[in-house]
Design a protein around this ligand. Structure first.
Ligand code: HEC
Length: 95
């Protein structure tokens, strides 16, 4: 029984650790993909904290801005689905 409890605690800690790493990845990707060049207070893309898009809509916007908004001037950002999801997760934590 003790062993099982120990394993469950280890698994829970592992899950927490992975969650944190995921958010961190998003922060690193946000920088490496150049988002801060255009996003932030006073920049032309605006501060993403005020975005009302949900995560799925945000991933779509990053992948293909013109499909989400015909007037979009933001360039499409290349990245795997996992990368774009991590970026959207990070943006959602900026609030
Ligand atoms: C070259 C400048 C530029 C870069 C680089 C850029 N954006 Fe944008 N982004 C914009 C502009 C300008 C808008 C405003 C709407 C439009 O013209 O597309 C925008 C809009 C958005 C929106 C929609 C905001 C809303 O109103 O909800 C999201 C989300 C977004 N950008 C995320 C990102 C992310 C994440 C990255 C990096 C992976 C990124 N952008 C990189 C210029 C940029």
């Amino acid at each position: 029984m003790r062993r099982i409890m120990g394993m469950m605690v280890a698994l829970a800690l592992c899950g927490l650790g992975m969650g944190a790493a995921y958010a961190e990845d998003g922060a690193a990707l946000f920088k490496s993909k150049g988002c801060p060049m255009c996003h932030g207070a006073g920049k032309k893309g605006g501060d993403l904290k005020s975005s009302t898009l949900d995560k799925a809509a945000m991933v779509k916007y990053i992948k293909d801005p013109k499909a989400a908004n015909p007037k979009a001037t933001m360039p499409a950002v290349k990245g795997s689905d996992a990368e774009l999801n991590a970026i959207a997760d990070y943006v959602k934590t900026m609030k």
